[in-house]
Design a binder for this molecule. Structure first.
Ligand SMILES: Nc1ncnc2c1ncn2[C@@H]1O[C@H](COP(=O)(O)OP(=O)(O)OP(=O)(O)O)[C@@H](O)[C@H]1O
Length: 276
């Protein structure tokens, strides 16, 4: 494969992309991830704005993240916590896939960081997190787990949908049910996937994840939104060190985990419930 083929798609503002359905013009880059980029685009006929996620086609990449996202968004259908698919396509000559979807607003991570105290109030955090959990529940019903829940992968809607929370980025989601709706046989060893700060214990231990592990990441997300001092392992990068801290926070460091917030006993119960 030539270097040229491996170069990432890099759209400048003004670039036009046409599909069988519509013509889109790129306004600006919204964000970049490991496998592609998301652009703000406008339908040139209707002037409506959307988000376009673009992924470079690569022979060496066995599984397209974008195809996975499209498959999941199709499965969940009109779920209120999922961005609706507007259009999708493949550009064989230019070598990329694209997905045009409903445009959403800022991520929970960005909204939290914009606050002076870099934290939501307990009430806001709880309200937001309960919508985040609803979204995961809807996803689990389709037989998939997300495996990378974090404030950066949730966003608020726009305008009249500004109080609605959307779940984003299904690039490392995995099917946990087989065609008979039974749990798939767990693999013996699994590579670390996801984000160290929000990873469940099972991920650190290289074992197969299931729906409960998404719930564990969701619980870390809830704490991240409301803890004035952040998660106890927020400054650690080394996976082994983070695992040790997460384990200790189950035992002698429980108080440290919930330091500075009310309703610690209820939060304790939620963590025990997830762990059991
Ligand atoms: N529908 C959307 N509307 C507005 N912004 C979006 C939308 N989807 C994604 N974004 C933004 O684009 C950025 C990248 O999105 P996303 O995380 O889905 O991409 P990714 O390539 O899968 O990233 P990663 O490699 O981190 O998993 C994020 O900042 C996200 O907030």
């Amino acid at each position: 494969m030539s270097n040229e083929e491996e170069e990432d798609v890099n759209f400048k503002p003004g670039v036009e992309i046409s599909s069988g359905k519509a013509n889109y013009v790129v306004s600006r880059l919204l964000g970049e991830g490991g496998f592609g980029a998301v652009y703000l685009v406008k339908d040139t006929k209707t002037n409506k704005t959307f988000a376009m996620k673009v992924e470079q086609k690569m022979e060496k990449r066995k599984h397209s993240k974008l195809k996975m996202e499209i498959a999941i968004l199709k499965l969940v259908g009109a779920g209120k916590h999922f961005t609706q698919i507007v259009d999708r396509g493949k550009k064989d000559k230019e070598g990329y896939f694209f997905l045009v979807m409903e445009l959403v607003g800022k991520s929970l991570g960005d909204l939290k960081n914009e606050r002076a105290e870099r934290v939501f109030s307990f009430g806001t955090g709880l309200g937001v997190a309960s919508q985040c959990l609803e979204a995961v529940e809807d996803l689990h019903r389709t037989g998939f787990i997300h495996r990378d829940l974090k404030p950066q992968n949730y966003a608020c809607g726009l305008d009249e949908k500004r109080h609605n929370i959307y779940i984003l980025d299904f690039g490392i989601a995995r099917k946990y049910l087989n065609t008979k709706n039974e749990l798939k046989t767990p693999r013996e060893a699994v590579g670390f996937k996801g984000t160290v700060r929000f990873a469940p214990l099972a991920c650190h231990r290289f074992t197969e994840l299931g729906p409960r592990d998404d719930c564990e990441s969701w619980f870390y997300l809830l704490l991240d939104l409301i803890l004035p001092r952040g998660l106890p392992w927020r400054k650690m990068n080394e996976k082994g060190e983070v695992l040790k801290e997460k384990e200790e926070c189950r035992k002698e460091k429980r108080d440290k985990l919930f330091y500075g917030i009310k309703h610690a006993s209820e939060l304790n119960k939620i963590l025990d419930y997830i762990d059991s």
